[in-house]
Write a protein that binds this ligand. Structure first.
Ligand code: FPP
Length: 253
């Protein structure tokens, strides 16, 4: 992962202001394909190449957690050939990237209702998660069969069950308790959320975790997204004054 561009990228960015957690809604594969008179799966294939590039870039830049919205709970309603094509792409991605993840200290994790995924995908995910379990440089968090409302429902169910069994005191529940019952437990909140393809919506993604995120919407379609634009977005992020509801930190009265 020591490409020649790595040093110059790191020069442009302040390592002390790097977001710990970047989340991306990878949108626009279908439109990318349509513009070229290709089928949607061709768009997803090109999108998978962008995933490889962005994972490598995030690792080079020492981003601790990269969460990618790869398949939503709503995506199950797409035509069966597209769903199967996406599942096959995911398996191929895991096979092709396993060694890169191992070699570069990247731990694979998933969030979402992964029990709904085909067995062959679950087996592959489990194998790569086992192989990378001890890695500590970065977490690659794939949101698969993910929906934020389902995540919140699961959290409420778990906490209500614990309360009814007497192992959780409702009066002691804090924001940390809630965060500790989400799929992202143990991970920092999202610092930067990026959505490609010009759509300005959140599409049921990480609703709790983005409470104080900086948002970036780019018109670029996901297959056309790349390292240079990612670095530009990170530079813009570093120039923002994150106030978390407090007063500006500019020194002005
Ligand atoms: C949105 O584009 C993209 C998806 C629903 C799936 C994302 C999948 C990939 C990037 C490729 C495979 C993933 C991995 C992790 C290997 P869209 O189909 O909604 O595009 P459109 O809005 O232009 O139709």
């Amino acid at each position: 992962m020591n490409s020649s561009s790595s040093a110059s990228m790191q020069n442009e960015l302040d390592p002390d202001r790097m977001p710990k957690h970047v989340a991306i809604i990878m949108d626009g594969n279908g439109r990318w394909a349509k513009k070229r008179l290709l089928n949607r799966i061709n768009g997803h294939e090109k999108g998978a190449e962008t995933v490889r590039t962005i994972v490598r870039t995030a690792r080079k830049l020492d981003i601790a957690v990269l969460t990618l919205y790869a398949f939503s709970t709503e995506n199950w309603q797409r035509p069966q050939p597209e769903v199967s094509g996406l599942m096959l792409l995911l398996r191929r991605f895991l096979e092709a990237e396993r060694q890169t993840l191992v070699d570069n200290g990247i731990r694979l994790n998933t969030i979402g209702q992964t029990d709904r995924l085909p067995q062959a995908v679950r087996d592959k995910l489990a194998a790569v998660m086992t192989d990378t379990a001890a890695n500590t440089r970065m977490v690659l968090n794939l949101a698969l069969s993910y929906g934020a409302r389902a995540e919140i429902v699961d959290m409420v169910r778990q906490m209500a069950t614990a309360a009814s069994q007497g192992t959780l005191d409702p009066a002691s529940v804090t924001a940390e308790t809630v965060a500790g019952h989400l799929y992202t437990r143990g991970m920092p909140d999202v610092d930067l959320l990026i959505r490609t393809s010009g759509e300005m919506r959140l599409s049921n993604f990480l609703l709790w975790q983005i409470a104080y995120s900086e948002l970036c919407f780019t018109p670029t379609l996901w297959p056309d997204f790349g390292e240079a634009e990612f670095v530009r977005i990170l530079k813009d992020y570093q120039s923002r004054d994150r106030r978390f509801g407090r007063v500006p930190s500019t020194g002005r009265p």
